[in-house]
Design a protein. Sequence first.
Length: 406
Amino acid sequence: MAPESTIERNGQMGGRENDPIKVAIALRARFWAFDLARELDRQGLNTKLYSGFPYFRAKDFGIRRDNYQSLFVPELLPRLGKKLPLGPAQTAAVDQFSKKLFDNMLSLILPKDLDVFVGWSQSCLKAFAAAKKNGAVTIVERGSSHILSQKQILEEEWERQGKKFAGIPQQVIEREIGGYKAADYLAVPSTFVMNSFLERGFPREKILLNPFGVDTDVFRPLKEHADDTFRFIFAGGVTLRKGAQYLLQAFDELNLPDAELWFVGEKNVDATHLVQKYESNPKIVFHGSKRQEDLPQYYSACNAFVLPSIEEGLAMVQLQAMACGLPVIHTFNSGASDVVDDGQEGFCIPLRDIDALKEKMLWCYENQEATKAMGEQAMNRTRMRHKWSDYAAQAHQYYKDLLSRS
């Protein structure tokens, strides 16, 4: 019997008789590409990852040396730019130049015998064209909502907060949309993201819905609580985009005894006024940015995870918290509705609804045994259905299905 990773295509297997599907994955940065490449390799696909990171960084994610090629110069440019006194427009220009450079370099070295090419829109426009010319199925990854929807949502939120949104540079928008059009298919992590594309006329048959995964070996419960304090935790950038303004107000108004709200993440400049307003509350603790490998100890010291995001794709911190045994209070726009059944592993609240947020936080606080059971159910769900190997298996199935149509 042929290996699971092969597929009949025009009378051959994976484009070459009895060979595994040949996949290239490319982006200038990292995101979830490293997890996808690692797991596809483990599942028997002939996988090559192209990135701007040096190999020693890729090695940390389990990427084999012969499966990796570093195009480090494009990634080096924006890092050097951060050390210079550049304004926002100049910084954006350096970033766009580096992505175009990565794209140009990649398009020249991309193998001509690929079956599938997976890329990120702003880094792979020419590469998509090169891969399609040689007969590969091309897939663009998008981790957030359609960029025009993203822009609209954020503009609305900043206006609600009495602030002016800095905007998304037009060249970024044009290159992003160019990626949507250049690829054959679009991979998205949540129904929220998918809907944002459908609302703008993107064909449903071109969308591949596949929720992200989590490393359950790293993210797992570490210890029982050492005290009786009930803790809510928010992880990620403390920013208006992630709804920090609504969570701070909700927790402050609840004023629960023996309760704390932890923020683990960098304070964004747009939320400076919020931090200043609430940091005098001794029950609200800002821990700052932490390394990924240190996050389990913070999740494990808490009782419930809260992320009332305004716009996301599928915030991975939600799956991390679930894997550590926490239920998740979230908005539909956080993307979590694809990994959390409402009332089972957590609660979905309406966007910007502080009363609903307070209600679910209060329920967790008043029903701590039920909250713990809900967290255990969340942990079990990640182990059964949402590991990175599950994410790659679904991607693998999509590749086989798409190749069978070509």
